[in-house]
Design a protein around this ligand. Structure first.
Ligand code: PGA
Length: 231
């Protein structure tokens, strides 16, 4: 079973989300996880959460206790409305919301304390890759997780592949997935993300050490995403 995750980012409205779920029709044993804007989480959990189909948040507060954190949404709140997965550390959050490795780890810990499964995004810029520093860069991003004992899901998303149509070669993806897994003694799940679509998904899902995909742009089309989920 692979994990096929969607990331809607800040797209859609209520009608779009409802239509998407109505149009998404996939016959698959894979676990499908759909990352929605926060405001559509609760109704989507109520209407659409099933055993092989889960709803994910796209971010969460690094603060675990309730308090004076205007604009924040806690892991307790996600748990309260039945959200079972949450994306953390997406490169867009690292870029626009000052997310860093420490805050990503704190968010991971908060989610874990509520038994919500974090999907931890990591990935290097083109500059880092061209300087041949990508393996060290990713080692730094995952270093804090080395002492974690539970199963971890990482989404390896090279920044240069997100929304660009560029996909790393099989060798590049496999090199990175085994590099990530080599840091851990326990089981680690590695998804690949960045310009995944229904044309390249089965090839990616068949790569060594790749346990699923995280899909942005192509997930917004329910039929396209269903094809990816079935690939
Ligand atoms: P993309 O985005 O599939 O549009 O490249 C992936 C992501 O940002 O998670």
């Amino acid at each position: 079973m692979k994990i096929i995750a969607a990331n809607f980012k800040m797209n859609g409205d209520r009608e779009f989300v409802d239509n998407w779920f109505q149009n998404f029709d996939a016959d698959t044993e894979n676990l499908v996880v759909v990352g929605l804007p926060a405001i559509y989480l609760e109704s989507s959990v109520q209407n659409f959460n099933k055993s092989h189909f889960k709803i994910a948040a796209q971010n969460v507060s690094k603060f675990n206790n309730p308090g004076a954190y205007t604009g924040q949404m806690s892991s307790a709140m996600l748990n309260d409305v039945g959200v079972e997965f949450c994306i953390v550390g997406h490169s867009e959050a690292r870029e626009h919301l000052c997310e860093d490795n420490q805050s990503v780890y704190e968010k991971y810990s908060c989610l874990k304390s509520f038994s919500i499964t974090p999907i931890v995004c990591i990935g290097e810029s083109l500059e880092v890759r061209e300087a041949n520093n990508h393996l060290d860069f990713i080692s730094d991003q995952i270093e804090k997780f080395n002492t974690a004992e539970d199963k971890i899901i990482f989404a390896y998303e090279p920044i240069w592949a997100i929304g660009t149509g560029l996909v790393p070669t099989q060798e590049q993806i496999e090199e990175m997935s085994s590099h990530i897994k080599s840091h851990f003694s326990q089981q680690v799940t590695v998804l690949y993300g960045g310009s995944v679509n229904s044309k390249n998904s089965s090839e990616i899902l068949n790569m060594n050490n790749i346990d699923g995909v995280l899909v942005g742009g192509a997930s917004l089309n329910a039929e396209e995403f269903a094809n990816i989920a079935q690939s």
